[in-house]
Design a protein around this ligand. Structure first.
Ligand code: ZN
Length: 185
């Protein structure tokens, strides 16, 4: 991890709220995604015993080509389903550094996750769960998705990663190039 990013993690306050540890780890994954040239979003799953089950980060450009399903939550749930098929999903909490988008919101419901806590709000891109078709609305009644109760430092760091550290216009250009079938340079 580069020095600037490491310093941002190290400057964080000592954990005083139960989820601070998870918030820090989400931010660490987000910064690692950024260093891979991907969107600065990290996610993890924590079990009932408050143990880390698995973690993941955005990988949309990590494989040398654009992967539209490479969002952190999608990567995380792929890992859960492949590696922990016997795990009771209702016992898990999914932490993510950014409010889930429409795609990930749907995937979270389909994967049977019932607790989601995010750090930064995503006003332009976060999905609020309003106006769902009936079957999805019924699924959504099982799931609680809200901002995590963590030290404000981690929420601000998650925001900073997306809004300042990441080159948003540059990322958008890369996505549009991929849509056109042009090489990623
Ligand atoms: Zn997403």
């Amino acid at each position: 991890m580069n020095h600037q990013h490491l310093a941002l993690l190290q400057q964080g306050p000592p954990s005083h709220k139960p989820a601070d540890t998870w918030a820090r780890l989400c931010c660490e994954q987000a910064l690692l995604a950024l260093e891979q040239g991907c969107y600065a979003v990290g996610a993890l799953l924590v079990n009932e015993a408050q143990e880390l089950l698995c973690s993941a980060r955005n990988q949309v450009f990590a494989e040398g080509h654009y992967n539209s399903a490479g969002h952190a939550e999608m990567q995380l749930l792929d890992r859960l389903e492949a590696e922990y098929p016997a795990q009771d999903r209702s016992a898990l909490t999914l932490y993510v550094s950014l409010q889930p988008c429409l795609m990930c919101y749907g995937r979270i419901l389909l994967a049977g996750i019932t607790q989601v806590r995010y750090l930064a709000r995503d006003k332009p891109g976060g999905f609020t769960g309003k106006h769902l078709p009936a079957a999805w609305a019924e699924l959504a009644t099982r799931t609680s998705i809200c901002q995590a109760d963590v030290d404000d430092y981690w929420i601000r760091l998650a925001e900073q990663a997306i809004e300042q550290l990441q080159d948003r216009p540059g990322m958008r250009k890369r996505v549009v190039k991929a849509w056109r079938g042009e090489p990623d340079t």
